[in-house]
Write a protein that binds this ligand. Structure first.
Ligand code: GDP
Length: 327
């Protein structure tokens, strides 16, 4: 069972679980639009949709419905990936962010606590819990000092997962994920915004790219690597928390370099800055030490910069070329 199955990570994890012969269930929010682009390929596979992949309507705060679905489906593993995940937006909608990202996790833990057959539980936590840490790289023991509403909500959720593991004996894990990107990344995150723009500019479809602060640095990995680690975490004999990261820090300028180089352009000719995209406060020096995941899960991040940016630009170019040819 996955919450957030329509998101970047949910779609990769669903594919990986199906390829490992799982029956996969997903909780989805009821909206008037039935577009679920990231799951399109699975929907159109007659051997998969409604045979081995099932979707159920439930909002994260609808505990009665979620309980009913979990009682009916009796999942062995529950991956909790849903939540308001945009850090910049969390400054505009802090209550919603805390309601879904923070309380949504507690509500799920409460339901699982009461189940006779308890699934193994994975919560996707975030490097945002570290905020502005004293030391880099960070590991599972680094103090949590969040500096964004999203980070505060994730800190609450991460600690609740630990508490339910320690106090109530739940098999509950935190995957403390550093930024992980892909061709399916939401278009308002900086990486995808950059790769989409590099592709569009190279095809003559766009002139400028407007960004916020360019000084930030991130530890950027490739999303399918991270969902693979999440699965590995639930196959262990004991529940634990793991940092998932590449261990390398790059600036937004580095990402711009890599993306625009893919299409033989210099980003300095196209990028302008607008305070609209700047945040009241920023995390610093987030770089993860994934040595525990390497040792116990036999996991390492495979795709890093510049290959990550190249891959995303190529995919955006293909998408934009094919949507042009439909006109
Ligand atoms: P985050 O690490 O989850 O906040 O990932 P984002 O991709 O949203 O942001 C990464 C960094 O890029 C942050 O330091 C942002 O301030 C910076 N940034 C600069 N311009 C933009 C922009 O236009 N959109 C977003 N989302 N981030 C931007």
């Amino acid at each position: 069972m996955l919450t957030g199955i329509t998101g970047q990570d949910g779609s990769y994890l669903a594919e990986q679980l199906l390829s490992r012969n799982y029956e996969v269930h997903g909780l989805v929010r009821r909206t008037s639009s039935t577009q679920r682009v990231r799951l399109d390929t699975l929907f159109h596979d007659r051997d998969v949709y409604e045979k081995r992949l099932f979707l159920h309507y439930a909002d994260l705060d609808d505990t009665t419905t979620i309980r009913r679905i979990l009682l009916k489906t009796e999942p062995d593993e529950l991956y909790h990936l849903a939540g308001q995940s945009h850090v910049g937006a969390s400054f505009e909608i802090p209550e919603t962010t805390c309601q879904f990202t923070g309380m949504g996790t507690l509500k799920l833990l409460e339901i699982v606590r009461d189940l006779a057959k308890q699934p193994r539980f994975l919560h996707i936590s975030s490097s945002e819990i570290f905020g502005r840490p004293d030391a880099a790289p960070q590991n599972e023991h680094t103090a949590m000092r969040p500096v964004t509403p999203y980070g505060v909500a994730k800190t609450f959720a991460t600690n609740m997962v630990r508490l339910y593991r320690d106090s109530f004996g739940l098999f509950a894990c935190n995957a403390i994920c550093y930024n992980h990107e892909s061709e399916r990344r939401g278009e308002s995150f900086v990486t995808r915004k950059i790769t989409k723009a590099a592709a569009a500019i190279s095809l003559g479809l766009q002139d400028k790219l407007t960004l916020g602060a360019l000084d930030g640095k991130r530890d950027w990995g490739y999303a399918p690597d991270y969902t693979d680690a999440m699965w590995r975490m639930l196959q262990q004999p004991t529940a634990d928390d793991y940092v998932l990261a590449t261990g390398a820090e790059h600036s937004i300028r580095d990402f711009l370099d890599a993306a625009f180089k893919t299409v033989d352009l210099d980003w300095r000719d196209y990028v302008e800055q607008d305070p609209r995209y700047m945040r009241p406060s920023e995390v610093t020096h987030l770089m993860g030490d994934a040595s525990k995941a390497k040792k116990i899960l036999d996991w390492t991040a495979t795709t890093t910069l510049p290959a990550l940016a190249e891959r995303m630009v190529h995919s955006d170019r293909e998408q934009q070329t094919s949507s042009q040819s439909h006109f």
